[in-house]
Design a protein around this ligand. Structure first.
Ligand SMILES: [Fe+2]
Length: 447
């Protein structure tokens, strides 16, 4: 990329020149065996990525012998497709377990310092780079001019990873909920907090393992739920917009979305593997956050950004080995901004579901007041976006409330932005929980 020459170093963070062209095609992928055919390069190179992100398992080293590891990196570096990609665009990378050193390996892997140097050598990181001295391969970089900046934050989810709690079957895990357990480690958390304050319109978070999916029993952020919550809280508290997670590791591609705790929807685009995708159909695992899946075959990911629109359009894509787009989801950048949901981390809809058919008292701030077309129903919504999975509506039935409603005046003036305490029976409408008010005394509102 021509802009590379304009790059200046600012406190270890590379910032590209203001006249730099905005990125509109960012490729990514994971799980690439150096000793197996790699037909994925043909469709991948055809998309002409302007930047490519390796999300881990970039080789299968699986060794504590660093000479063996370096030999495997060498094998990968000689692949024609890899050489072409390297000539085409900048590469940024993080690692996962197999290139770090061993299946599901974490902080206790004994050769992590040497492995880090081998990784940085493979990706041509300068000998005097601060990344040579820190513990872990995490780093960040901003591309593009103000107003059209893409920040790439590559996390290291291996170097500081605490022991996971084993599940009933080999290779499976159950959540470990003690505060001592970490994924990123203290220094990387502190660094990440500073990164979220760096100005950028889109922030791509490279995480080797999935952040959003929480129902399967393999490696994922949800195995250490306090760390996952910490990430969501950090985004919410720093009010960093445009965050999208890119992940790998799973031998499948899928798009997951978590709506709420972060203050806006968190998309997690998983691409795996570049030549290690599932070879045959297996039962599709549960994932309540899933929007789409490609469960068989090799794949790579592509983020396209159309900066020409007044509300830039971000297209989250998975491409297969035939060059077909098998998953595509378009999100306006305005949707990825703080305040799209309340961001208080509460899933009132899920809480209400536990009280179906029973009397329940709930407190929330009315983020939105909606009305149906005939103005016969008003809805006090807990979320600004009433379609959000998290939204819980309190329903005012104009006819049933009769004179009480007439005396109330406009519910928007009475309740919008107010903290309310509502008691009533939780019922279902179109599968979603709600409380229908029979008397206004069921609602207490702050003045
Ligand atoms: Fe992995």
């Amino acid at each position: 990329m021509s802009g590379l020459s304009l790059c200046v170093l600012l406190g270890g963070l590379a910032v590209f020149g203001a006249d730099d062209k905005p990125l509109s095609r960012i490729g990514f992928g994971s799980c690439l065996r150096q000793d197996k055919p790699q037909p994925i390069w043909t469709p991948l190179l055809a998309t002409r990525p302007e930047l490519f992100l390796f999300l881990g398992d970039n080789i299968y080293a699986d060794t504590t012998d660093i000479d063996v590891m370096r030999e495997k990196y060498k094998q990968q570096s000689e692949k024609d497709g890899f050489k072409k990609l390297k000539a085409l665009c900048p590469l940024l990378a993080t690692w996962d377990d197999h290139d770090y050193g061993g299946n599901d390996a974490g902080a206790s892997y004994p050769r992590k310092k040497e492995s880090q140097q081998a990784f940085l050598d493979f990706f041509d990181v300068a000998a005097d780079s601060p990344r040579r001295k820190q513990e872990g391969v995490y780093h960040a970089q901003v591309f593009g001019p103000p107003g059209k900046r893409v920040q790439v934050i590559m996390l290291d989810t291996r170097y500081h990873l605490s022991e996971l709690k084993k599940g009933p079957r080999s290779g499976t895990y159950v959540p470990r909920e003690d505060a001592d357990a970490s994924i990123l480690g203290r220094d990387q958390w502190a660094w990440l907090a500073t990164q979220f304050k760096v100005p950028a319109e889109v922030r791509l978070i490279g995480s080797s393992v999935q952040m959003v999916a929480e129902d399967h029993s393999f490696e994922k952020w949800a195995n250490l739920p306090l760390e996952r919550e910490r990430f969501l809280r950090l985004v919410r508290d720093t009010r960093a917009g445009g965050v999208i997670v890119l992940s790998g590791d799973r031998h499948l591609a899928e798009l997951s979305m978590l709506d709420g705790p972060m203050g806006y929807p968190l998309y997690d685009v998983t691409s795996s593997g570049m030549n290690q995708g599932n070879k045959r159909f297996r039962r599709i695992e549960p994932n309540k956050h899933r929007l789409a899946i490609q469960d068989v075959g090799d794949n790579f990911g592509l983020i396209r950004i159309d900066w020409t629109k007044s509300d830039p359009l971000v297209s989250l894509e998975i491409h297969d080995v035939d060059g077909d787009v098998v998953i595509r989801h378009k999100v306006p950048l305005s949707r990825l901004q703080p305040g799209t949901t309340n961001g208080d981390g509460r899933d009132l809809s899920a809480e209400a579901r536990k009280h179906l058919g029973k009397t329940w008292t709930v407190e929330f701030t009315v983020a939105n007041v909606g009305v149906n077309k005939t103005k016969s129903m008003f809805y006090l919504n807990s979320e600004r976006d009433f379609r959000s999975d998290l939204n819980f509506p309190v329903v005012l039935n104009v006819k049933a409330l009769g004179k009480e409603f007439s005396a109330l005046g406009d519910p928007r003036k009475t309740y919008l932005g107010k903290k309310v305490k509502v008691t009533g029976t939780v019922s279902l409408f179109n599968g979603n929980p709600q409380i229908v008010i029979e008397k206004l005394s069921q609602i207490q509102a702050d003045e």
